[in-house]
Design a binder for this molecule. Structure first.
Ligand SMILES: *Cc1c(COP(=O)(O)O)cnc(C)c1O
Length: 396
C-alpha cells in the first residue's frame, strides 16, 4: 500500500541497481565508480539511493558538507567527496569526519592541514580540483598550478588522495572539446608528477564520459544523472548503456466537472473552452516542483490516456482535459512522470515541452512530495519531509 493520497514520487531502486550494473559493464579495466548524490540524490533521496548503490561504488560525491554529514548520519561509511568549494572555517569538521574536500587554493589547504594536525588523527585526505575548461573551480592548468599542487602535497596535515577535473561539453556529439580538456588534464598530471607529487586516484568522467568516452575512465568515474536513469543530453548515444528511468510522479483526481464552451480555466484565463469540456482537477503544482512552464503545454496520464493541462499550473493544483477519456472519477490515479498502460511521460519530455532542463526538474521535485521506495515490486521505505521537529523553537 502506498500511504499517500495527494501526491508522491515513486523511486524504483531496482532501476537504480540496473543502471549501476549497466554502467559498470562498460567501465574501463580497473576504473571504480563514485556515486554522485548531491541535491538529495538529484531529488530522489540521497540516503536511500546511496545505500542502494553501495555495492557498486568506491565512494560518493556531494556538493555541501551538510550533505556529506547527512549521508554519514544515515550509515554511509565509504569516502565522501565534496565537489565544490568548502569554506576554510569548516576544516575541522572535514578532518574530524574524514570528508574529502575539493582543494584548489593554498588557503584552503593550510587551514585543513592545521585542523588535521590539531586533531592528531593523521593527514586529511583531499582531492585536488584542476580547471581544464569549466572556469568554475580548480587549480589553473599550467606550470603555476602544478607548483601549487606539489606544494599542497607537501603540507604536513594533507594527503592528496585524488586529483580531478570536470568536462564542460562531454555530452555533445562532437567530442573534440572534451578531448582537449582531457589532454590538458593529462599534461597537468605529468607536470605535477615531475614535481614529485604522486596521487593514487585520477578522475574526470561524468555520466556522458562514462557512456561515450571510455578512454577517460582512468582510476575512477563520477556517475550522476545516469544513476537516476536519464541520459545527460539528447546527443548522448543510448544503445551501449541502457538506462532505466527511476522516478515516477503520481497524484489523484480530486474533482471532475463539465464546463460549457466559453468557460475560462485557471489564473489569467489563458485557456477558454471551445467546446463543452470535462475538467479533472489534480492536486499538484509548482509548489511541489511541477514546472509552471508546462502551463497549457504539458499533459498527464489518466486511465492510460493523455489529458492535456488546461491553462496555468497553479501552486498546488492543475486542471486537465479529460473530455475524451471515458469514466474519469474522483480518486483516479494520475501519472505526471512515468508509465500508465501504453502511455509514458518522461522527465525529458517535460523538459522539452516546457523549455526546461531534465536535471533541474528532478532536483526541484519539492519537499512536499514524499518519496516511496520500491524494490522487487514492494514498498521498502518512504521519505516524508514533514517529519521535522521544532519542539525547542515552539517551547522557547
Ligand atoms: C554534478 C557533477 C558530476 C555528475 O555529473 P552528471 O552529468 O550528472 O553525471 C560529476 N562531477 C562533478 C564535478 C559534478 O559537479
Amino acid at each position: 500500500m502506498k500511504p499517500y493520497t495527494r501526491v508522491y514520487a515513486e523511486i524504483d531502486l531496482d532501476a537504480v541497481v540496473h543502471n549501476m550494473q549497466a554502467m559498470q559493464a562498460g567501465l574501463a579495466a580497473g576504473a571504480k565508480m563514485i556515486g554522485v548524490v548531491k541535491t538529495d540524490g538529484y531529488g530522489h533521496g540521497a540516503a536511500p539511493v546511496a545505500h542502494a548503490i553501495d555495492p557498486y561504488v568506491a565512494g560518493y560525491a556531494v556538493a555541501a558538507i551538510e550533505e556529506a554529514r547527512n549521508l554519514q548520519l544515515h550509515g554511509i561509511t565509504k569516502p565522501i567527496l565534496i565537489l565544490g568549494a568548502t569554506h576554510p572555517s569548516r576544516s575541522r569538521e572535514l578532518a574530524e569526519y574524514g570528508i574529502r574536500p575539493a582543494i584548489f587554493t593554498m588557503e584552503q589547504a593550510e587551514a585543513l592541514s592545521e585542523a588535521a594536525l590539531e586533531l592528531n588523527r593523521g593527514r586529511a585526505a583531499v582531492h585536488l580540483a584542476v580547471d581544464t575548461g569549466m572556469s568554475r573551480i580548480g587549480l589553473s592548468c599550467d606550470e603555476a598550478g602544478a607548483c601549487l599542487a606539489a606544494e599542497i602535497g607537501r603540507l604536513p596535515g594533507i594527503w592528496v588522495e585524488g586529483i580531478f577535473t570536470h568536462f564542460a561539453r562531454a555530452d555533445e556529439a562532437d567530442k573534440a572539446p572534451a578531448m582537449r580538456q582531457w589532454e590538458k588534464y593529462r599534461e597537468f598530471i605529468r607536470l605535477t608528477e615531475e614535481k614529485g607529487l604522486t596521487v593514487p586516484i585520477h578522475h574526470a568522467a561524468n555520466s556522458a564520459a562514462i557512456i561515450e568516452l571510455g578512454g577517460t575512465h582512468w582510476d575512477m568515474v563520477r556517475a550522476g544523472i545516469s544513476i537516476y536513469g536519464m541520459y545527460p543530453s539528447d546527443e548522448v548515444e543510448r544503445t551501449e548503456v541502457k538506462l532505466w528511468p527511476v522516478m515516477s510522479l503520481h497524484s489523484f483526481v480530486t474533482y471532475v466537472k463539465e464546463i460549457p464552451a466559453g468557460t475560462e480555466v485557471s489564473y489569467g484565463g489563458t485557456f477558454k473552452a471551445e467546446r463543452a469540456t470535462k475538467v479533472a482537477t489534480v492536486p499538484i503544482g509548482y509548489g511541489d516542483g511541477y514546472p509552471r512552464n508546462l502551463s497549457g503545454k504539458g499533459s498527464v496520464l489518466i486511465r492510460g490516456q493523455r489529458a492535456p493541462i488546461l491553462g496555468r499550473v497553479c501552486m498546488d493544483q492543475l486542471m486537465a482535459d479529460v473530455t475524451d477519456i471515458p469514466g474519469v472519477r474522483v480518486d483516479d490515479p494520475v501519472t505526471l512522470i512515468g508509465r500508465d498502460g501504453e502511455e509514458r511521460i518522461t522527465v525529458e519530455e517535460l523538459a522539452r515541452a516546457g523549455g526546461g532542463f531534465h536535471y533541474e526538474i528532478v532536483c526541484d521535485i519539492g519537499r512536499r512530495v514524499p518519496r516511496v521506495y520500491m524494490r522487487d515490486g514492494r514498498v521498502v521505505g518512504t521519505k516524508d519531509y514533514f517529519e521535522d521537529r521544532y519542539e525547542d523553537f515552539l517551547s522557547g
